[in-house]
Design a binder for this molecule. Sequence first.
Ligand SMILES: Nc1ncnc2c1ncn2[C@@H]1O[C@H](COP(=O)(O)OP(=O)(O)OP(=O)(O)O)[C@@H](O)[C@H]1O
Length: 296
Amino acid sequence: METVLEVRGARHDYGATRALDGVDLDVGAGECVALLGPNGAGKTTLVNLVVGLLPAKEGRIRVCGGDPRVAATRRRLGVVQQSLGFPTTLKVGELVTGAAVRAGVPRSAAGPVLAELDLTDLAGRRAVKLSGGQRQRLQLAMALVADPRLLVLDEPTAGLDLTARRRFWQLLAQRRERGTGVLLTTHLVEESSAVADRVVVLGRGRVLASGTPDELVARLPDRTVIARTALGRTRLEALPGVVSVRADGEHVHLGTRAPEALLRVLLAEDPGLADLRVESAGLAEAVAGLVERGAA
Ligand SMILES: Nc1ncnc2c1ncn2[C@@H]1O[C@H](COP(=O)(O)OP(=O)(O)OP(=O)(O)O)[C@@H](O)[C@H]1O
């Protein structure tokens, strides 16, 4: 498989803070790699290096073999990044055409991309009038108009409802079939397990683990204990081996490395415990476990 992104030994410091500490990562053509990790793990820093917004002080970043700080390489790169924003007073069609011109492709490339992203009917509307989901599709259209080989998506579905999210991933799947590689950051771990071929877990600027979602889950002996309990979050977080606490309606999902000990304490402390079941850990619990081990 052709490699569209190669990161080797990437290091980055902000003053005395080491944000990245020797990161290696590859994305192949048509592949989707999700970058996961807690706040401050280094995800945004890595994305900024990959899209050429920050210089690599140490290490090597190559997009389709070229340096992303060079304009010719950046043309092979599409970016959807919350912080970039765009002039919302312009019309949808003008923005996509402008993105085509900036990328050095014919203005006529805008029409097919607008159609692909269900934006044709909105081409004459000012971007400021768009809904969140429509705005996200516009950003994607601007990123895709030059037919990039690598697409970098920073929290692309934040704030979108389920239908808009599904549509977003469908559109992306079509591009992936044509060979576009995707690097994605998200806090929605379960979503990444549905859309990503591979997951890379960052913690304190290092790669803690990388593999398919199933491989990461299989690597850990962790379990998810699910129950209805009267115990509060603070107490639950302090129970044996607990690495994650997630509320789901009336139930709570506890990722744990010590399921037997956890069950003993839960049963002893909460006489009203109900609907108890134990499952293999999901990706969210596995990632929480990896981060906890990485910090240990
Ligand atoms: N401009 C900056 N100046 C100083 N330190 C920074 C700066 N940007 C990030 N950092 C630090 O670098 C580390 C990595 O931050 P980064 O934003 O890359 O993490 P992240 O994984 O994207 O986090 P989040 O999920 O919260 O967005 C953190 O310790 C952060 O405090």
